[in-house]
Design a binder for this molecule. Sequence first.
Ligand code: ADP
Ligand code: MG
Ligand code: ZN
Length: 711
Amino acid sequence: MNLQPIDMLKKYFGYSSFRKGQEKIIQSILNNKDTFAIMPTGGGKSICYQIPALSMEGITIVISPLISLMKDQVDTLRENGVNASFINSSLSSREVNEVILGAVSGHCKILYVAPERLEQDYFKNTVKSLNISMVAVDEAHCVSQWGHDFRVSYKRIAPFIESLSKRPVVCAFTATATPKVKNDIIELLNLKNPECFTTGFDRENLFFSVIRNENKLDFILRYISKNKNNSGIIYAATRKEVDSIYEKLLRKGYSVGRYHAGLSDDERTKNQEAFVYDDIKIIIATNAFGMGIDKSNVRFVIHHNMPKNMESYYQEAGRAGRDGENSECILLFGGQDIHIQKFLIQQSIPSYERQRIELQKLNSMIEYCRTTSCLRKYILNYFGEEYKLENCSNCSNCINDSELVDITVEAQKILSCVYRMNQNYGITLISEVLKGSKNQRVLSFRFNTLSTYGIMSEYKIKDIVDLINALIAEQYLTLTETEYPVVKLTEKSYDVLKGTKKVMRKIIIVKEQSITEDKTLFEQLKELRKELAYSEKVPPYIIFSDAVLTEMCKYYPTNKEVMLNLKGIGEKKYEKYGDKFEALIKAYVAENNIVANSIPLTTHHEVSSKSKTHMVTFELYKSGLSVSKIAENRKLSPKTIQDHLLKCAEEGLGVDLDSFIPEEYSELIYEKIRTLGTAKLRPIKEALPEDVDYMAIKAAICKCQLNKNVS
Ligand code: ADP
Ligand code: MG
Ligand code: ZN
């Protein structure tokens, strides 16, 4: 009997609904169309070719660039009861032969190969006897010189496919969306009239924050002291910084490892494995780290330094929360970061033209660090996507995660000291003067005679440095871009000195990133998972993802029916591990007198409404509250609530759009929409009577679009 894709999703992977785009992509492949899909990191690309592979006759060959990724995928598939294998340089020739035999005998459904294999005659000849129904190219951007991980052997893929006696359906997957790379992929892989899908780049479960005014190390320490049990990555710009953060955290007794190019291969592999296997919780790394890992339970990614562009940032930050559970991406921004990145660009790129491009990209990155509006919207706009909401309720600019402290007096002291030192020195010397240091340089310049000498003697030097950096970040001061950066006053400085402007400093409130209410059970389940992972020799998240454990902590499943209803438990997994987890939960429930929540019935297209803020609004709306009441209730602006309701309407939920469109003007509104188009709202607004508000226009546009989709 032929299972439908949705049933396979449940049977093999244990999920009961597809993520955005997956179903259409799968359908396109099953219709035998070449297919090209762009989805963000963690978006769920693998399933898009694995499910068709299972329903097609014959074998699927997956080209994948990294040995560790292949192993990870094959482990995952085997755990789910799918017969999959890989061929790469980590196998002996005997092992390779065994895999090939398995393929020829028709046992193996999915075969992962490294692109280099396609150059070997032996491989090419044996493969000719296989019934290949599909070739899936993962990380397809590797074929393009414009992508960041160009691999020469990816160019072998197209000729390899042409050499087969029957052309299989070909599909390609990537998270890189620049037009150049897109075109290269289609052309160089020789895709035939491909169906192209872009699912959108939003990762709703990620909380984005930029932290500007804090001492970076202090912040990291505060953060991880609250998040001891979570897995996380801390990226730093240089080896030296990695080492220094690593040593500090190690000394404080945290479970940490490090990763950078200065370590031996052995040590790097060892540290990476320890992280993947949850033996250490936190890894501190340069950006060389992460390419080869699909660890799904990374709960936070902290950038100790601003990366060079948004592409790198989103890729690195995107390693958080692949399992779909709430996770945090934190960028620590300091004035020095700009200086370092500019310097690196100027030093490392000889071509003037390329420098210019890189500097432009850097500027967008800096703007991200400085913007006060929604970070999610900024990211999505950067990648060419429209984000309809003004407030995502899930980034540091959309929710208030800080308290404000008045530092006007300190700022005045610092600014006047800079002024008295003729705006001619760096941060350290200024701090020493304010502190009242007797060091040689201070004395030799006779700064001890200034009226600002020692006026902050009660502070530690480090805290004065922090304050200066905070003022730089907020542009009350600026640093020159010279080899030895000098601190200068800005226009904003004078208002502070005159006493007409207050300076407030944001102090971030650090929270625990917790994905479950029942932490005790969660930790016990993690322990059990780890034991099983050891005996199975696979990483813990391959046994069950954090998302599955979270579900267990919510529904306390103690029988097969409930277990199989949880998202992420397929039949094979249940057979293998179900009883062990049931036993643990039974004991825990008995011991703590817990009455289990009943599990909601799942429908195929159910969207998890858990973390979706517009759904919270929708619930209130359904209960009859007005927009202003909902806004009050949720401490959000009425405009945000309206945006939420529009999103609900777009998703086909019952929102009465007409109630937002004043009847007497509705004809007129529709007419203006027709004649002026919907690219810009302002011209429409200006063409209408003043009492027609933006919401009326947006609601009308939304209605038009919904009608279009129906007809
Ligand atoms: P990508 O290759 O796009 O970065 P993966 O294929 O590695 O992403 O998938 C990321 C995670 O999402 C995996 O843990 C996977 O099991 C999970 N996942 C994929 N599809 C679904 C789905 N429909 N429902 C829930 N989780 C899913
Ligand atoms: Mg992938
Ligand atoms: Zn936001």
